[in-house]
Design a protein around this ligand. Structure first.
Ligand code: NAD
Length: 445
């Protein structure tokens, strides 16, 4: 979406004015383009464990330029720190101080990625302290990065190595422009399931994907990205949105299903449509959602119940239908929200529904996993939509001052990219998790 402030702030005159006035200085983020390099420069691998050596080999195999020492002046496209061998907090010092000077060479849109083991209460306290320390290091560093660079981590559960398809899938996602607005987040890989796509530009080739709430906004962006990535899309929305829905479906060469997701038989209708029209169902994106904001002191039953019905209860019911049908390998992604994590004034109903999604996804993982599939959530933060575009120019610029390092909202496209990754076979070892797409901010809808 065209953004006046971003255009202004990146113009010649705008850049100097923005600097003088101390206004936010957003840059155009590095987003996915077919055929573009995975990263904008060489990759520095930090770490001395066998996994670090394995990573170097892997990246070379992907055709990347890999360095193990930060020599020369050339820009670095990414710094990947392998920290799987931490035994105590003192082990953090060497990698932190190796990353430090390299940061000056990080290219615009660059990436800093940690690969570590998640802390657990079964660890020795010093081990857990060091492992948990990685999250604080990375999240703080992500706040310090500029020029559209981001910092994220991959947590490999005990026994999971870089040969796990989802370890590689998560690494490719985080290195690439697909993760432009994912910042300060950790992707945990707990299984060896899944597979990397034979064509990285068509990771969903041959898949049939249902997107609810596809007539506009984030849902329409999801339909477009899933189609771009190779999927056949079934676009679902309420009959009242029929015209807009047909437009989206035509654009992506998919089919429409006019359906209120709160209908008791919504799940079976979706299965029936996908199988009759396309012969299969591989992916469901639970995107349909509503807000009915009111302070709790002024809340009424209609506002509370409708939000819970659309945003959460419909998903629980549809998921049961999908499980009852035993669809093999079904992958689902639900829309949560940063409001379900940090809370938001006026959104007790919405926050409850979105926190509920996070709980539901965690508790549904085993059942979908048993069928060879999986379920995850994406929690968008401040996403620039038609709604935020109407906020006056000055207010929007001021609002961005409190958005951390990226100094801008995300786009529906950014949410869609994360969803497409989680829906793909490359995320087969990621199950029951929630990934924030929030530019490291907890402000949002
Ligand atoms: P939107 O209002 O622009 O679009 C939602 C779509 O869902 C509409 O087309 C609507 O007709 C459809 N829908 C609503 N109720 C339905 C029902 N009962 N059955 C079928 N379809 C129904 O919203 P959006 O901003 O694109 O948000 C999409 C999702 O992302 C929602 O779940 C929302 O909660 C979540 N989200 C959005 C933001 C944001 O910044 N926009 C942030 C966090 C989370």
């Amino acid at each position: 979406m065209a953004d006046q402030y971003l255009n202004f702030a990146t113009s010649g005159l705008g850049r100097s004015l923005v600097k003088q006035l101390g206004l936010p200085a957003p840059v155009t983020l590095r987003r996915y383009r077919e055929g573009a390099p995975l990263v904008p420069g060489a990759i520095l691998v930090v770490g001395s464990s066998p996994l670090a050596a394995e990573l170097g080999e892997l990246l070379l195999g992907w055709g990347q330029e890999v360095r193990t020492h930060d020599a020369g002046d050339a820009a670095l496209g990414a710094i990947v720190a392998v920290l799987d061998d931490l035994e105590s907090p003192s082990g953090l010092s060497a990698p932190a101080l190796t990353i430090s000077p390299a940061l000056r060479k990080l290219a615009p849109g660059g990436r800093v990625i940690t690969i570590a083991r998640p802390a657990s209460n079964d660890d020795a306290p010093a081990v857990a302290a060091a492992r948990q320390g990685v999250t604080g290091l990375l999240r703080s560093l992500a706040h310090e990065l500029r020029d559209g660079a981001t910092g994220n981590g991959i947590e490999l559960a005990e026994g999971i190595g870089l040969d796990a398809p989802s370890a590689q899938g998560a690494l490719r996602f985080l290195l690439s422009g697909r993760s432009a607005y994912v910042d300060g987040q950790f992707i945990r890989v707990e299984g060896t399931g899944g597979a990397l796509p034979s064509n990285p530009d068509r990771p969903l080739a041959g898949k049939v994907a249902v997107v609810t709430g596809a007539a506009r906004g984030i849902g329409a962006a999801i339909a477009k990205v899933l189609h771009r990535d190779g999927a056949t899309v079934v676009a679902v929305d309420v009959p009242a949105a029929g015209d807009a829905l047909a437009k989206v479906a035509n654009e992506v060469g998919g089919t429409t299903l006019q359906l209120d997701v709160t209908a008791p038989d919504a799940g079976s209708k979706i299965i029936e449509h996908a199988q009759r029209r396309h012969g299969r169902l591989d992916i469901v994106i639970h995107n349909a959602g509503i807000t009915r904001d009111k302070l709790l002191v002024n809340m009424d039953a209609a506002k509370w119940d409708s939000v819970m019905a659309v945003n959460l209860e419909s998903q629980l019911r549809m998921n049961q239908a999908f499980l009852d049908a035993g669809l093999p390998g079904l992958r689902l992604v639900s829309l949560a929200s940063t409001s379900g994590i940090a809370g938001n004034r006026g959104q007790t109903n919405y926050g409850a529904s979105k926190a509920g999604v996070i709980g539901m996804v965690g508790a549904s993982a085993r059942a979908f996993g048993a069928l060879g599939g999986g379920i995850n959530a994406v929690a968008p933060g401040f996403i620039e939509t038609e709604m935020t575009a109407k906020i006056p120019f000055g207010t929007r610029a001021a609002g961005r001052l409190i958005l951390p390092s990226l100094q801008q909202g995300g786009l529906p496209l950014d949410v869609a990219e994360a969803i497409s990754f989680l829906a793909s076979d490359a995320a087969g070892g990621i199950n029951g998790r929630t990934l924030r797409v929030c530019g490291q901010s907890l402000i949002g809808a």
